[in-house]
Design a protein around this ligand. Structure first.
Ligand code: CA
Length: 357
């Protein structure tokens, strides 16, 4: 849970007990509006401290558009979540035409669990399988639109008016947030503020729209109860835009117990991924997290209904040809680099090969 930024104890003290564990809430507007390096450094230190101790931060403030107030994240979240919800309401045939079909491209529509139930021809078997392994989420993957080899799978403008435009605008906005947060990280790690700029400017990111349909509670019981199992993310940072339903849980790295990361209106959740942890020679944490079903709404004495949930994850990556080598300020003679240099592409392809083998 987030707590007010100013408290009498430090983050490092708080997170060592589950009862006081918190994900720091950081006003990033103050970074953007700072007029001196010292002011910026203050926010940068909070961000770096958050990624060192927890691996997660909530960012609030006027990050996305300079002209408006604190509700910018809220407005952007509502707009993008609405466009996403409209997409998932398109007819099955339309979405099927946009199906994800290539891990290298990693673009298109995925209905999780679908393959498992459609390979069978037997109706009773299908019903049994569906009860055991229900379709608990749908996703739509969008990459950078100007990629030389891979094209995004867009619905036609008549099918989903303004969907492409909304998503491309949001993609650009998230890219800019990534650039700014990485600048603050550079400062907080005693590097020049523009240290990462030319290594992260190609937009090799991945925008994922997620829709978790409403589901009867009885279908969520058992081992597959979690809507997304515990995992870490691959890249530098993940920006997560949640609706008010929630369900994200973060492992307290100090006690290993999961804690809810409740939605806070007007904020985005930002976590460090494995590649950033590696880049920082493990100064930063890439923390395990999962999505669990939110509390059910009772429909009768024996059945509950878990509400639908929408979220948007923006997975940020350095340029695919950028060399990821332990940051100079994160190594010393007593703390040498733990990892050999490699490119982003070598790292990501290695991770994907492990997933799909
Ligand atoms: Ca994640």
């Amino acid at each position: 849970m987030a707590a007010p930024r100013y408290s009498s104890t430090t983050l490092a003290e708080d997170v060592r007990s589950d009862s006081t564990f918190r994900i720091p809430l950081i006003d990033f507007a103050a970074y953007k509006q700072a007029t001196s390096l010292a002011e910026k450094r203050c926010i940068a230190d909070d961000i770096v401290n958050g990624f060192k101790e927890v691996g997660f931060v909530y960012l609030t403030g006027n990050v996305i558009a300079p002209e408006t107030v604190n509700s910018v994240f809220q407005k952007a979240s509502i707009r993008i979540l609405k466009a996403s919800a409209e997409f998932f309401q398109l007819p099955e045939e339309t979405k099927a035409r946009l199906a994800w079909d290539d891990p290298k491209a990693n673009r298109g529509y995925v209905q999780v669990g679908r393959e498992r139930v459609t390979t069978s021809q037997d109706a009773a078997e299908i019903a049994a399988l569906r009860a055991k392994a229900p379709d608990t989420k749908e996703t739509m993957e969008i990459g950078r639109d100007n990629h030389p080899n891979f094209s995004n799978k867009w619905p036609q403008e008549t099918e989903a008016p303004e969907f492409k435009e909304t998503m491309l605008h949001f993609f650009q906005t998230c890219h800019e947030v990534h650039t700014m947060v990485m600048r603050s990280i550079a400062l907080g790690l005693d590097l020049p503020e523009d240290f990462f700029d030319e290594k992260i400017d190609r937009q090799d990111h991945n925008l994922r729209l997620l829709s978790y349909p409403p589901i009867r509670t009885s279908l969520l019981l058992g081992d597959d109860q979690a809507r997304a199992g515990a995992h870490t993310d691959y890249g530098t940072l993940t920006l997560l835009f949640q609706d008010s339903i929630g369900g994200l849980e973060v492992q307290n790295p100090h006690t290993k117990h999961y804690q809810p990361a409740s939605p806070i209106p007007g904020t985005i959740v930002v976590n460090a991924g494995d590649l950033l942890a590696r880049w920082s020679n493990d100064v930063f944490r890439s923390t395990l997290h999962r999505v669990v079903a939110p509390p059910a709404i009772k429909v009768n004495d024996t059945e509950g209904m878990t509400p639908a949930r929408q979220s948007i994850a923006f997975f940020c990556n350095p340029n695919f040809d950028a060399i990821i080598e332990s940051l100079p300020s994160c190594t010393s003679t007593s703390n040498p680099s733990k990892y050999p240099p490699l490119t982003t592409e070598q790292y990501i392809v290695g991770r994907l090969a492990a997933t799909y083998s």
